[in-house]
Ligand binder design. Structure first.
Ligand code: ADP
Ligand code: ADP
Length: 225
């Protein structure tokens, strides 16, 4: 089954239309970026994909099933990571916490959890930092740690919301190169304002402004946005 399959999805809040006739297909190893103006419906679309907002009309499938059942296969990296980390916690603990999501009451971590955390930190090349406090890291390093955290459940899909916020341009290149490596195993959906990276790294770009318009990223120019 497709990783994401949305057909003719409509969402409104009260009388305000937010998504209109949205069709979206993401397959294994796709790397799709969604851009668009503020208020264009990007966050709403992500919530629909994760089963947190039910559309007024249309069908939503995540790995062929109801997203409420399957959203555990989607890793999610939120926007503004640094602002909600004002307490002392190590990189290792942050990543382990990714194992908590779907297990019910906390019973401690097991050997599998620790193995998954170790592997995930290795993938993002942050193993050497595992005993550091997260607050000591740069924006780009934090980003990697949070990607590792979203990978511990071995998701089929990685959703990133404005990931390049707060990363300098040199680190951004490394960051997109990391995503490109991940792409060999996982579908990636990126919500971004970052024009510069799009054409180089992303397979497809869609612009969301209530409706979703697809562009071939290689032909994308600023006037399309
Ligand atoms: P282009 O024709 O600009 O090179 P594509 O080949 O990516 O673009 O897309 C052709 C058409 O297929 C688009 O107009 C769009 O309606 C549809 N399409 C492309 N990608 C997707 C997708 N991920 N989900 C749903 N429809 C898509
Ligand atoms: P984006 O992420 O592209 O900025 P959003 O999906 O957050 O767009 O918002 C789309 C529109 O829906 C905006 O006009 C916003 O004010 C409105 N909106 C978002 N969430 C709600 C809500 N829970 N109730 C009412 N209106 C909302």
């Amino acid at each position: 089954a497709e990783v994401i399959d949305l057909k003719d999805v409509w969402v409104s809040y009260g009388n305000t239309p937010v998504l209109e006739a949205v069709d979206l297909v993401v397959e294994d190893r796709d790397f799709l970026a969604i851009i668009g103006p503020n208020g264009g419906g990007k966050s709403t679309l992500l919530k629909v994909i994760l089963g947190l907002v039910k559309p007024d009309r249309g069908s939503v499938r995540l790995l062929g099933d109801d997203p409420k059942k399957t959203r555990k296969y989607a890793g999610y990296v939120p926007q503004y990571i640094s602002s909600n980390l004002d307490f002392p916690i190590s990189v290792w603990e942050v990543v382990l916490m990714g194992c908590l999501g779907h297990k019910g009451p906390f019973r401690g971590y097991n050997e599998d959890d620790r193995k998954a955390a170790y592997e995930a930190l290795k993938v993002v090349d942050m193993l050497d930092y595992r005993d550091r406090q997260i607050g000591e890291l740069s924006g780009g390093q934090k980003q990697r740690v949070f990607i590792a955290r979203s990978l511990v459940t071995r998701p089929r899909l990685l959703i990133l919301d404005e990931p390049s916020t707060g990363i300098d341009s040199k680190r951004q290149r490394e960051f997109y190169e990391l995503l490109n490596r991940l792409k060999s195993e996982i579908a990636i959906l990126l919500v971004t304002h970052d024009m510069s990276a799009l054409s180089v790294y992303v397979d497809k770009v869609a612009c969301l402004n209530r409706r979703l318009h697809y562009h071939n990223s290689k032909e994308l120019s600023p006037k399309d946005l």
